[in-house]
Ligand binder design. Structure first.
Ligand code: ATP
Length: 375
């Protein structure tokens, strides 16, 4: 069992300059918590404060009901895995795995049993006699993870552990990590830049910006219900498309005009969305957000009997990316490039025009001043 609780944790490297501000989070036993955010937002600093590698300037860190702010790193019962593997170059893989147990003065037979067990789990048994220099990046990373596992920590702290691997190996190791998390029934706190890692591994994702937590949610909730413009733009690749828009009423129905109302680019809202727009954004300028997969070819909407005048826009394709299972079309509007994800059967080429349908059930609106989500 391990519960890690942060209460208003702050880090000031320099007086008045917060690298992390009022970070509060309850991490439950066996969670896979992911910290994401742009470079410099305070992810690693937060992880290092939990590990004890960085002092906590203010706030409280509790591990299993013990206040740990001033505990030595080795007394916190946590294991850290770094992106640069941190292996002992002069020791074999066996020696690296055995090291922590030797320090604890475990018996030879216990060490042998545990090293083989961990090596079996990570499929590195055939490498036990090699030195790190004779291993591939992925193999080194398995050994690093193995030497963290063998200590049986209360929780693992991982700082971009896969970022030095090539794309294919990273995808493989991602699956290994997910399996490992299940097998070990342990808590993992994990820092990454990688959207796919965050979305696929995390039981919850913490999105940070400028040292401040923006939202803590399950991956799917975060994707579908971002609380503000920043989270909406950060999660998802390609990013959500944003347009300047205006909410008003037309012929008794709530409508969002994209850009100048005279351009005729508009989306009628229905049901709950219509009510929320009426209550929270009537006659206001807003930012409209829509993900690339929620924009469709109008032809598909026509099949559903949806009128062309109520759903979207006619645009010129400025670029086309065919990825096999999907095709991305790009168009410029309001001096920005926007992406649409379509079925690869779509044959619209660069320079050609296409009628697009914005799924009214999938659009997001954001307040232009606070940047918070209206819905
Ligand atoms: P990245 O994704 O680039 O690794 P990060 O989100 O992990 O970034 P941190 O490394 O936690 O960000 O850094 C947070 C802020 O604290 C940054 O502005 C950074 O410049 C600053 N910082 C980090 N370490 C120190 C230090 N030792 N002294 C002063 N400032 C520091």
């Amino acid at each position: 069992m391990s519960e890690i609780v942060l209460r208003n944790v702050c880090k000031e490297y320099e007086k008045g300059n917060f690298a992390v501000k009022d970070f509060s989070l309850d991490i439950h036993d066996q969670e896979f918590i992911i910290f994401v955010g742009p470079s410099g937002c305070g992810k690693s600093t937060t992880l290092r404060m939990i590990a004890g590698l960085e002092d906590i300037s203010d706030g409280e860190l509790w591990i299993d009901d013990q206040l740990c702010n001033y505990f030595d790193p080795k007394d916190r019962g946590l294991s850290m895995v770094f992106q640069n593997y941190a292996l002992y170059p002069n020791m074999t893989v066996y020696g690296n795995l055995a090291f922590a147990l030797k320090v604890r003065k475990a018996s030879k037979s216990e060490i042998d049993e545990k090293v083989h067990k961990v090596a079996r789990i990570l499929e590195i048994e055939h490498l036990l006699d090699r030195k790190p220099a004779a291993l591939s990046g992925g193999q080194k990373q398995r050994v690093a993870i193995g030497s963290a596992i063998i200590r049986r920590p209360k929780a693992f702290l991982m700082d971009e552990p896969l970022s030095n691997l090539d794309a294919k190996l990273r995808a493989q190791m991602r699956i290994e990590l997910a399996k490992l998390h299940k097998e070990l029934e342990t808590t993992i706190i994990y820092v990454t830049h990688d959207q796919t890692e965050a979305m696929t591994l995390g039981t919850r994702i913490v999105v940070m910006k400028d040292g401040v937590v923006q939202q803590v949610e399950t991956p799917i909730e975060l994707y579908n219900h971002p609380v503000n413009l920043f989270v909406a733009g950060f999660i998802g690749s390609p990013s959500m498309n944003f347009f300047q828009a205006h909410v008003t009423e037309e012929n008794g129905r709530m409508v969002v005009f994209i850009g100048n109302p005279k351009d005729g680019k508009k989306i009628y809202l229905e049901g709950r969305r219509s009510e929320l727009a009426r209550l929270r954004a009537m006659d206001q300028d807003v930012t409209l957000g829509i993900r690339p997969e929620d924009i469709h070819e109008y032809a598909d909407a026509a099949e559903l009997g949806i009128e062309k005048a109520t759903v979207g826009m006619n645009v010129t394709v400025t670029a086309r990316e065919m990825l096999g299972a999907e095709v991305f079309l790009y168009f410029d509007e309001q001096k920005k490039t926007h992406a649409v994800r379509l079925h690869p059967k779509n044959q619209t080429m660069t320079g050609e025009k296409i009628d697009l349908y914005f799924d009214p059930k999938k659009i997001h609106l954001f307040d232009q001043n606070t940047e918070e989500s209206i819905f």
